[in-house]
Design a protein around this ligand. Structure first.
Ligand SMILES: C[S@@+](CC[C@H](N)C(=O)[O-])C[C@H]1O[C@@H](n2cnc3c(N)ncnc32)[C@H](O)[C@@H]1O
Length: 282
């Protein structure tokens, strides 16, 4: 299913590739930099224990309200009467920025509208696009059902990874891309030191990690390590596409397990095409 929100850096276009490169075996799935949760919502619910995390408290509050069957009803009631106007957008944005006192459901409703009505979901400026927010309700309802058994956390990545680190844990990490950190708000900033802190944390875990990043020299150098595997991905560049047909955006998948291991892919195909997980021998 789709995420109920679009989010800067959201992995809508890459989610299939990401899930295809999961290791065959894991019992705990932890999405460390949750954002819109495009990979979590796309991934099949298996018997694994799932965690969504993000450092952005407004985003986590929104997901906690969507998760609660009681709160989501009030959330939709508030959204039903929303006004898609510049004045309302600026008023809600300011109220969130100033931390004005309000209930968690109202805060979630404001934040949802600021995401929905902002230009490119960037939260900064009003998009001036006609949209009936009630048409979003079916997807919000699906998200409520999908999140029912997901643990939602609001922590810095390092604390979270240490807390959930086990041999059978898979950490999917989609941090702010290098040199795009300024597009993320309400997280107290993300700097090169945080990229290094993330690398040091991931290289010391017992579990497995899969990391998506932009392909640049800084990131390649950071993860040049004997325990680390890296593959290149290319997808169409949304912004440059308009001026330069076919422009691509190079990205990396980085992991502490073999991303090209044919037995891993074969195992994945076996379960895809043979629901009983049967042998490939006819
Ligand atoms: C590239 S976005 C994730 C997009 C997500 N994968 C999706 O599909 O929508 C990066 C996310 O990391 C979060 N973040 C930034 N600093 C963080 C930190 N120190 N710990 C945890 N999350 C953080 C941001 O709030 C942002 O939502």
């Amino acid at each position: 299913m789709n995420s109920p929100i679009s989010w800067v850096g959201g992995k809508k276009a890459l989610r299939e590739e990401v899930v295809q490169h999961f290791p065959f075996h894991y019992e705990n799935y932890i999405e460390v930099f949750g954002g819109g949760g495009w990979v979590l919502f796309y991934k099949q619910k298996r018997r694994d224990f799932e965690v969504y995390n993000d450092a952005n408290g407004l985003l986590v509050n929104l997901y906690r309200c969507i998760q609660s069957r009681r709160k989501v009803k009030r959330l939709k009631k508030l959204l039903q009467y929303s006004l898609n106007s510049r004045e309302e957008f600026n008023r809600m944005r300011l109220a969130l920025q100033l931390h004005l006192p309000m209930s968690d459901v109202r805060r979630a409703a404001y934040f949802y509208q600021v995401i929905r009505y902002s230009y490119s979901s960037g939260l900064m400026s009003f998009a001036s696009q006609p949209h009936d927010i009630r048409s979003d309700f079916p997807l919000i309802d699906q998200a409520t059902a999908r999140l029912a058994e997901v643990v939602i956390e609001n922590a810095d990545f390092q604390k979270l990874i240490r807390h959930y680190d086990r041999k059978a844990s898979l950490f999917y990490c989609d941090p702010p891309y290098h040199n795009s950190e300024k597009f993320y708000h309400n997280i107290g900033g993300f700097t090169e030191r945080d990229h290094i802190r993330l690398r040091d944390t991931l290289l010391s875990i017992e579990g497995k990690f899969l990391l998506s990043y932009n392909d640049d020299a800084f990131i390649r150098n950071l993860y040049r390590h004997e325990k680390v595997h890296m593959i290149e991905l290319k997808r169409l560049h949304n912004m440059r596409q308009r001026f330069e047909g076919g422009a691509e955006f190079p990205e990396l998948l980085i992991a502490n397990y073999d991303l090209n291991d044919p037995s891993r892919l074969l195992m994945g195909q076996t379960t895809l095409f043979q629901p009983n997980g049967g042998l490939l021998i006819p």
